[in-house]
Design a protein around this ligand. Sequence first.
Ligand code: HEM
Length: 318
Amino acid sequence: MTETSRIASFARFSWGVLAYNLGVILWGAFVRATGSGAGCGSHWPDCNGEILPRAESIETAIELTHRLTSGLALVLVLVQVGWALRLFERGHLARRAAIAGVILMLTEAALGAGIVLLEYVADDASAGRAAWMALHLVNTFLLVAALALTAWWADAERASRALDAGGGVGWYVAIGALALVVTGMAGAVTALGDTLFPSATLAEGLAADASPTAHFLVRLRVIHPIVATGTFLYLVMASALISAARPDARVRRAALALVVSLAVQMGAGLLNLALLAPVWMQLVHLLLADVAWIALVLLGASALGAPRASAVTRAAIA
Ligand code: HEM
């Protein structure tokens, strides 16, 4: 096998690891949405005191499946980092991203274990649980970013370009990433509110949102769509500015993917609200959030690696 084909196999494997992890993340949301987080009692890593229990209830089966599939996710990132360490020299961007992937997978597992051990499960409606869910979402986004970047930078040509954050591009990307993370955190709190305090009708839900006597998780629900709208408008503008600052086909494609996925996500959010957040719609909405996040991460990576507009114009004149 040549060096090029070994790297191509690694890149294919890495995109596969990313796709697999998106599946694990969706299943994790399914655990929350179906109230199955206590399916193994408050035991971790064992399940109800046994390593491999017979699933007595559907909740145990759902929670156990999440543990087994996330265990395999850990094995996959360990294989990935071992492979990256052998394939790429010290300092290579793909190697660094793969190392970050393992660290973030371990913190993800620790946050997941914390949910069970702190009993932030089933109908617990504490502020601690809300904060923990928001933190879990931040870690998940960072993990997805590390996995996407490992695959992206496995390409020798992309990794060989020096990163240049100048011309405002670094700021546009960083502010966009922060805004999307905050939107996701607010979404995680909304999702918890919807799971614990479901509304029978949209009118009843909206009335509860505005009621000063409602539970804080219900009153906080309104923040997410407002923050999401601001983030959407900012990222549409930032995508245009980044594309103008770094005229490059890859940057244009990533910017388009970001704007389209965000526009679809805004529609999905409204539908989520109108349908009173059924479980399938929660999963679609979370998947779209991850897709938009990956598009932003790859927009950042391609823009930081692309030549500035002034350099492109000079090259065209010469
Ligand atoms: C930039 C656009 C948006 C992003 C990135 C986003 C992201 C998210 C995320 C990450 C969650 C948590 C999912 C989970 O943990 O299961 C969530 C939940 C939620 N979002 Fe959004 N959202 C966006 C726009 C909107 C809009 C415009 C609305 C409504 C008008 C909305 C309504 C909801 C609702 C009702 C939930 C709770 C139910 C669920 O989990 O799906 N979202 N959002």
